[in-house]
Design a protein around this ligand. Structure first.
Ligand SMILES: [Mg+2]
Length: 171
């Protein structure tokens, strides 16, 4: 069950203590339900400000999504950050691509996302720092619906074993 447990769990990308991530050089942000709602097309000014601040602090920032190019590219351009689409999380392929592109080690990367079965498992398997946030809406994209059913079972098992509980944040 360990592979499902994030290193950090925060309410949203705005409540994370980025000060504690100083040894991290590359931040990979999931898009849907982490930065924007799955049925929205544009990010908020608040998001743009956050990414501006993170870049200023020296982080490399990438929008790292399983969604198609059109959707990811538009949001990333507005946010003025790099992007990777069709990332096939939790598979290793795109994580590795980012590692090589930015010339960093896995332990210098953090993945921030709202799904245990893509973002968190994918990162944990590689020794990437994993940061779970609560989904910003209750809606999910079509490919996420099945994952959520499975995730629900995992979450209840984690809670029963007292390993992890939704709403009990930590860093
Ligand atoms: Mg997501």
């Amino acid at each position: 069950m360990k592979k499902y447990i994030p290193n950090i769990y925060s309410k949203s990308i705005y409540t994370i203590n980025y000060e504690k991530l100083k040894s991290t050089k590359l931040l990979l942000f999931d898009l849907d339900n982490t930065v924007i709602k799955p049925h929205e097309k544009k990010a908020t000014k608040k998001a743009k400000e956050l990414f501006k601040k993170l870049k200023k602090e020296g982080f490399n920032v990438v929008l790292f999504s399983n969604s198609p190019k059109n959707r990811v590219k538009k949001v990333a351009e507005y946010l003025e950050i790099d992007y990777n689409y069709f990332s096939l999380k939790p598979l290793k392929y795109s994580f590795n691509k980012m590692k090589n592109k930015y010339n960093v080690k896995y332990n210098e990367i953090a993945i921030l996302g709202d799904q245990l079965l893509t973002d968190i498992i994918g990162g944990n398997k590689l020794g990437i720092k994993t940061i779970l946030v609560d989904p910003i809406s209750k809606e999910d994209g079509i490919f996420t619906i099945l994952n959520r059913r499975k995730e629900k079972k995992i979450l209840s098992e984690l809670q029963d074993k007292n390993l992890f509980k939704k709403g009990r944040y930590y860093d």
